[in-house]
Design a binder for this molecule. Structure first.
Ligand code: ZN
Length: 427
C-alpha cells in the first residue's frame, strides 16, 4: 500500500514545479506526465468556443517574470516560484516606483512568510504575489517590472480517461488541474484519480469509469457542454481534491443529498474507523458546483480530506510537497477503492425461500469453520440478507440497517447465491 503511496507522491513531485493555469503548456505537459500512469485522451477546445453560458478564453503561457531593484537584482522572481505571478497576467514591461507598483503586489499580512496564490482569468490585469516579509524588505525607489507572458488565441486543454465496464452506465471521477505549484489542493487529487483509474483497469468492472483532468470551473463547464447528450449515463460520481495530507476525511454530499454515491461514501467512512465529516451540498467549492447545477443535477459528491479553503496552507506557497505524504495518499486511495467496491457490489436480491428461515445448518452454512466473532458476524449478515432481500432493499440498504460493513453483507449474499437461496433481482 505504501508503494502506491510512494508512486503517487513521485507523480506529485514531478508535477509540482510546472506552471499550470486554466490553459497553456503547463497543462499539456502535466497531462503527458499523468498519461504515463494511465492513458488519457487529450482534448483541445479552441479559444472563443461557446460553452454553456461561458466562452473558452485565450490561452495563457508564461516564460519569465520578475521585479528587479535598481542594481538589476530580482527581488521577486518567477523562476524561484511560479506563485509569484498572478495567473493570467497580461504581459508588461515597465519601470515604476514602489508606490506605483504597490497596488499590483499581493501579500497575506496574516500569514507573512507565505506567497499567496492569486488568479485573474476573466479580468485583464497583471500582478505579483509575494510574502509580506519580502514586501517589507523592499526599499522605496524605482523597480523594473517584467512579465514575459502571452495571452493569445489557442485552446483549452483537458484530459479524459476511460475504463470500459460490462455496462454503459458510468461513474464519473473528476479533478482540477489548473493550479501551479500547490501540492495538496490540485496535485493530490490528480494523483489519486490517476492511480484509481490504473487500479480500476486491472479487473473487469460492472460500471464504465470516466476520469476527467480538467481546469476548475471552465473545464467542467466545457466537458458538460460537449457531452450534454450523454450525461444521462452518469449514475454516480466524485470530485476529488485535497487528499494528500493527514486529517479526517470530508465528504460533501451531492445536490440530491441521498444518492447512492452519498450513501456509499458515508457508509465506507463510518465503517473504516477514524473521524470524518459529512457536509451537505452547497453551491460553492470545486467542480461539483457545475456537475450539480440544476440543469444537470448529477449524482456527484466531493471527496476530500482537508476541506475546500479550510486549512491554513490553502492557496499559499505553504501548500508544498512537505504538506502531502505517501501514507496519507495511500489511505485516501484505499478509501476511494472501498467506495467503488460498494458501487460495484451493490444490488437487489430475492430470497428464494422466504417462508420461514431456510435451514442453514443442513446446507453447511451454520457454524461452519472460522473464528467465533467472524462466524457470528457472517451468520448475522446471512440472516439480514435473507430477511431483507425482498426485491426492495439493496445490499447497501441491508448493510446500513444491520450496521454491518458492506463487505460482510456482500460476501454473505455471494454464499447464499451459491447455495441457491438468493437470486439477483432483475434491475
Ligand atoms: Zn484551489
Amino acid at each position: 500500500m505504501t508503494d502506491v503511496g510512494r508512486e503517487m507522491y513521485a507523480m506529485i513531485a514531478e508535477l509540482y514545479p510546472l506552471c499550470r493555469s486554466i490553459t497553456g503548456n503547463g497543462v499539456r505537459r502535466s497531462l503527458e506526465i499523468i498519461g504515463r500512469a494511465f492513458p488519457l485522451h487529450v482534448h483541445e477546445v479552441p479559444s472563443g468556443t461557446p460553452v454553456l453560458d461561458w466562452t473558452i478564453p485565450r490561452e495563457w503561457n508564461i516564460r519569465d517574470a520578475y521585479v528587479a531593484g535598481p542594481g538589476g537584482e530580482r527581488v521577486v522572481d518567477f523562476q524561484a516560484s511560479n506563485l509569484h505571478v498572478v495567473s493570467y497576467s497580461v504581459p508588461v514591461r515597465a519601470r515604476m516606483t514602489l508606490e506605483e507598483l504597490r497596488p499590483r503586489l499581493h501579500t497575506r499580512p496574516d500569514f507573512p512568510e507565505v506567497i499567496p496564490y492569486r488568479t485573474s482569468y476573466y479580468t485583464e490585469t497583471w500582478g505579483f504575489c509575494l510574502s509580506q516579509r519580502q514586501l517589507d524588505g523592499m526599499p522605496a525607489g524605482e523597480y523594473d517590472v517584467t512579465i514575459d507572458a502571452s495571452l493569445e488565441p489557442g485552446s483549452l486543454t483537458y484530459g479524459e480517461g476511460y475504463v470500459e465496464g460490462s455496462t454503459d452506465d458510468e461513474v464519473l471521477i473528476s479533478c482540477h488541474i489548473c493550479h501551479p505549484s500547490l501540492a495538496n489542493d490540485n496535485l493530490s487529487g490528480i494523483a489519486l484519480v490517476a492511480f484509481l483509474a490504473r487500479w480500476l483497469a486491472l479487473a473487469p468492472r460492472r460500471y464504465s469509469y470516466r476520469f476527467l483532468f480538467i481546469p476548475g470551473t471552465i473545464g467542467s463547464i466545457t466537458w458538460l457542454a460537449r457531452n450534454e447528450a450523454r450525461v444521462g449515463r452518469v449514475k454516480h460520481g466524485l470530485v476529488i481534491a485535497g487528499v494528500g495530507a493527514d486529517g479526517p476525511f470530508t465528504y460533501k454530499r451531492s445536490r440530491r443529498g441521498a444518492a447512492e454515491i452519498d450513501r456509499a461514501a458515508v457508509h465506507v467512512l463510518r465503517h473504516q474507523g477514524g473521524g470524518f465529516a459529512v457536509q451537505d451540498f452547497s453551491p460553492y467549492g470545486y467542480d461539483e458546483r457545475q456537475f450539480c447545477s440544476p440543469g444537470f443535477n448529477l449524482p456527484m459528491g466531493c471527496f476530500m480530506r482537508a476541506s475546500h479553503g479550510e486549512y491554513r496552507e490553502y492557496h499559499t506557497s505553504a501548500d508544498d510537497l512537505s504538506l502531502v505524504a505517501p501514507e496519507a495518499l495511500a489511505v485516501s486511495l484505499r478509501t476511494c477503492q472501498a467506495i467503488v467496491d460498494v458501487l460495484e457490489g451493490n444490488g437487489r436480491y430475492l430470497n428464494q425461500n422466504p417462508k420461514g428461515e431456510p435451514q442453514l445448518g443442513k446446507r453447511g452454512l451454520y457454524r461452519a469453520v472460522g473464528g467465533e466473532l467472524d462466524r457470528q458476524s457472517r451468520e448475522l449478515a446471512m440472516l439480514w440478507v435473507l430477511n431483507l432481500s425482498d426485491g426492495s432493499h439493496t445490499l447497501l440498504d441491508i448493510a446500513d440497517r444491520a450496521d454491518l460493513a458492506f463487505g460482510h453483507v456482500r460476501a454473505a449474499a455471494a454464499v447464499l447465491v451459491d447455495h441457491g437461496l438468493l437470486k439477483a433481482a432483475s434491475a
